[in-house]
Design a binder for this molecule. Structure first.
Ligand SMILES: [Fe+2]
Ligand SMILES: [Fe+2]
Length: 456
């Protein structure tokens, strides 16, 4: 129906966003929009915390990689929603308050998922599934012109959520490989849906289905995360530090491939950083949201660095889990030091990587000299990321200790405590030498790949 004929000279009116008829629908009031945005915000923040709490504990490398990425997207979504709410004349904003105790109870159950199947069912199938349902409903009902900033924000969030859910469903399809596991996944899904239904869904207006009932696992207290990192059965000898991967690349007596791949291996080893940042994000409470956004971004960067190491070994024809990937750092930091000490140590390490002659610039120059293109690419971006990380550490740590000198001093004390505690992990491995075997394998692969490319 058209109420009146308007001469738009054939040019799409209303900036091409919708028709006049669509632009006449009532959409949401500002009050209702703010209420719903606060519910979306609470869930995004909750997901950021859930993934942070479980990244170290989840044994599958690929799950750690996705958690590292997705917890950053959740932090960004929360930041964008917070900004939007602040534009909607509703102070005080109360963005860190629990908007609905029933939503809290629902998320408190999801974080108590015990194995990877339960975690993926909860965080992906149930929670992201509900977010997608609610975002689609919102986008369907919103007045696109009156509430355009929210409309645009939600379209972006929907795309991210759909991609995350697709990953979660593919991972579940691989892990749920028996009737017992299927039943286990379905039981946990029904358990969580009972609490979601009780909250009326994100829109708070779903009629509860009385057939869904469950006894909560939560006792109402904050979930106590288990920070001890785990790796699955593909990973061998995680305390073997016989390879001097922190020094081969410096050594001019080492071959170019040895120097290039010691840098690649240094990146691969970085999975311990997201593992040790998880407890920092989950346990340190009460900071402005920007703190969690910055640290989530850093956690994702460190996950990417480990993935770049994984890619570097793929380039050399070696599965990333074939040789030991040391895990002693995250094990000791997570179980024997506080999250604040772990953050200070991280910053101190990153600060020490900044000098031109000994730091990231030098690593990039070495990678360039080796002639290995993948190592060069990796070091180029690793260098850029680490400059950002040193700034993030300075931004959030120095104000807590008064000055750069005071922060450095306290960080050095934490480094010392770490050094003392870390010594014992050497005894947890027989320290069988493996590095020469890796280099030999890479050399053989390079010959084979060169021969294959000449044949082609
Ligand atoms: Fe890194
Ligand atoms: Fe870093």
């Amino acid at each position: 129906m058209s109420r009146v004929v308007i001469d738009n000279k054939g040019i799409p009116p209303l900036a091409g966003i919708c028709t006049y008829e669509e632009a006449c629908k009532p959409g949401f009031t500002v009050d209702r929009s703010v209420e719903l945005l606060k519910r979306f915000n609470y869930i995004s923040k909750g997901l950021n915390q859930m993934l942070s709490a479980h990244l170290a504990r989840a044994p599958e490398w690929e799950v750690k990689c996705a958690f590292g990425y997705h917890l950053w997207l959740d932090a960004e979504h929360s930041a964008a929603i917070r900004k939007r709410v602040s534009e909607m004349r509703e102070p005080p904003l109360g963005l860190d308050q629990v908007p609905d105790d029933k939503l809290r109870v629902w998320l408190d159950e999801a974080i108590r998922g015990d194995d990877t199947i339960e975690l993926l069912v909860g965080f992906y199938r149930v929670i992201r599934g509900e977010i997608i349902r609610a975002l689609n409903r919102y986008l369907d009902e919103v007045n696109r012109i009156a509430e355009h900033p929210t409309y645009r924000l939600m379209r972006g969030m929907l795309q991210d959520q759909e991609e995350m859910l697709a990953w979660g469903e593919q991972a579940l399809a691989a892990l749920v490989d028996s009737p017992e596991k299927r039943q286990h996944a379905e039981q946990w899904e029904r358990h969580l849906l009972a609490f979601l239904h009780a909250a009326g869904g994100i829109f708070r207006d779903d009629t509860p289905d009385p057939s869904y009932t469950a006894t909560p696992r939560s006792d109402g207290q904050k979930y106590e995360m288990d920070p001890a990192p785990r790796r699955d059965e593909r990973f061998i000898d995680p305390y073997n530090t016989s390879a001097q991967i922190d020094s081969y690349f410096w050594d001019e007596n080492c071959s170019p491939e040895e120097r290039a791949y010691s840098l690649v291996y240094k990146r691969l080893r970085e999975m311990d950083v997201p593992e040790w940042m998880g407890p920092i994000l989950y346990k340190i409470e009460g900071k402005p949201w920007e703190y969690y956004v910055d640290l989530s971004r850093q956690l994702w960067d460190e996950t990417r660095h480990a993935m770049l190491g994984e890619i570097g070994l793929y380039y050399g024809g070696v599965p990333y889990y074939k040789y030991p990937i040391p895990m002693g750092a995250s094990m000791i930091l997570n179980t024997e030091l506080s999250p604040t000490e772990a953050h200070l140590i991280l910053w101190r390490i990153e600060q020490s990587l900044m000098p031109k002659q000994t730091g990231k610039q030098k690593e990039w120059e070495i990678a360039k000299d080796t002639g290995n293109p993948i190592s060069l690419l990796i070091q180029d971006y690793d260098w850029a990321d680490e400059v950002l990380h040193a700034q993030i550490g300075r931004k959030w740590l120095v104000p807590d200790y008064g000055s750069l000198a005071a922060t450095t001093e306290i960080a050095d004390q934490a480094m010392k405590a770490w050094g003392q505690a870390a010594g014992k992990t050497a005894a947890w491995s027989e320290q069988t030498e493996w590095w020469p075997q890796l280099i030999e394998e890479l050399r053989e692969n390079a010959k084979k790949l060169a021969a294959a490319s000449t044949d082609a």
